[in-house]
Design a protein around this ligand. Sequence first.
Ligand SMILES: CC(=O)N[C@H]1[C@@H](OP(=O)(O)OP(=O)(O)OC[C@H]2O[C@@H](n3ccc(=O)[nH]c3=O)[C@H](O)[C@@H]2O)O[C@H](CO)[C@@H](O)[C@@H]1O
Ligand SMILES: C=C(OP(=O)(O)O)C(=O)O
Length: 421
Amino acid sequence: MEEVIKIEGGHRLNGTVRISGSKNATVALIPAAVLAYGPVTICGVPNISDVRSLSVLLNELGVQVTKKQEDIIIIDPTGMENRPLVGESVSKLRASYYFMGALLGKYGRVEMKMPGGCYLGPRPIDLHLKGFEALGASVQYERGSYIIEAKELVGNKIFLDISSVGATINIMMAAVYAKGRTTIENAAKEPEIIDIATMLNKMGAHIRGMGTSVITIDGVDRLMGCFHEIIPDRIEAATYVVLAAAAADEMVIENIIPQHLDALLMKLDEIGIDLEVEVDKVKVHGMKGELKGTAIKTKPYPGFATDIQQPLTTLLTQANGQSIITETIYPERFKHCGELKKMGAHIDVMVPSCFINGPVRLSGTEVVATDLRCGAALVVAGLIADGITEIHDIYHIDRGYENLDGKLSELGAHIWRETIE
Ligand SMILES: CC(=O)N[C@H]1[C@@H](OP(=O)(O)OP(=O)(O)OC[C@H]2O[C@@H](n3ccc(=O)[nH]c3=O)[C@H](O)[C@@H]2O)O[C@H](CO)[C@@H](O)[C@@H]1O
Ligand SMILES: C=C(OP(=O)(O)O)C(=O)O
């Protein structure tokens, strides 16, 4: 038995969609909360399976999680114990690795197995481990688990060879209780990093420079509980902007920070999408005329986000001429192209680029969400394709999009779930 999403294409979308709290911030804020010695209330928590998996891990650590309202949770680490995280939930998502930094920071020891998450090509964690070592920890890998421990964590200067989002956040968490000052150079600048540092500072940490390439963390003795509201999900927002560009007459995407989407919005304007940007929303008025092919290179923030190149690929199948997407973050992140080709797209992949020739009419068929944003690309395709698209392995989609089919139905899409043999 498997649950699939089915979409009958060709129904134009209209209306307003409200964007949820950021998945990529939430999945780090939840582990960050265990650094406190009092209850942390987080507001704007998206209802996605990654959050449910993290709640299981919190329970394994003896941390109490209470749902106060639909999108508000209280994480109370008062009775917490530092137990090994070696169960199934660790491998259900990538972000379980943030417990490495959090538990190492709080207890000076962590034992956990390799995280899971989407396969986008190799996803090493060497920079996280090098960061922990620079703070004085030893790292061992035994029988499928990492054991990272330190008698005392001491601040240090750490230069990241690559400005990794995950490593920046993990090192920040490990360093909040370290003795003295930690400086992360070539730190990642993604908005999610600012959000995590902001919450840690509300808890009593002393972090400066977040959002720039040099972050300093002065160690403190004790972090307390706080209240924190998560930033809107720029990737969910971007997904709806792209699908509005492909399939809507008029659509408003609200509860967003438009500056977080600048690279995408500029690109969409350039290829011929009629957009209007307001303080906390974007209005998509459809296409100005024929869409023009373009070239895109994914880059760390504020460059074009890797997560968005996948849904954008689908839109570019509707543009005139050739478009080229070059992946500089995850050069093999092109599994969605194979699935789009099953629907009739003309795409050639030559790692690290894909070449899209359009426009073509897409036809609904059976496809597989090989990863989260591939799922988003296939949803966009299903909305504009002739006939019915049946998407398998939708657990990837449910990891990161809150109520995707519900939100799209409200906008007029013909989308539903079915359990099949
Ligand atoms: C900079 C960037 O665009 N980051 C994206 C990346 O974050 P995510 O946190 O997964 O990836 P990182 O930012 O950590 O990785 C950036 C690059 O550094 C490499 N790396 C990373 C850690 C490490 O220890 N060693 C190493 O070599 C990765 O293989 C990758 O090529 O994927 C997420 C999920 O799709 C996105 O939401 C993030 O926006
Ligand atoms: C691949 C993604 O997530 P994760 O890093 O959690 O696998 C994503 O958000 O697109």
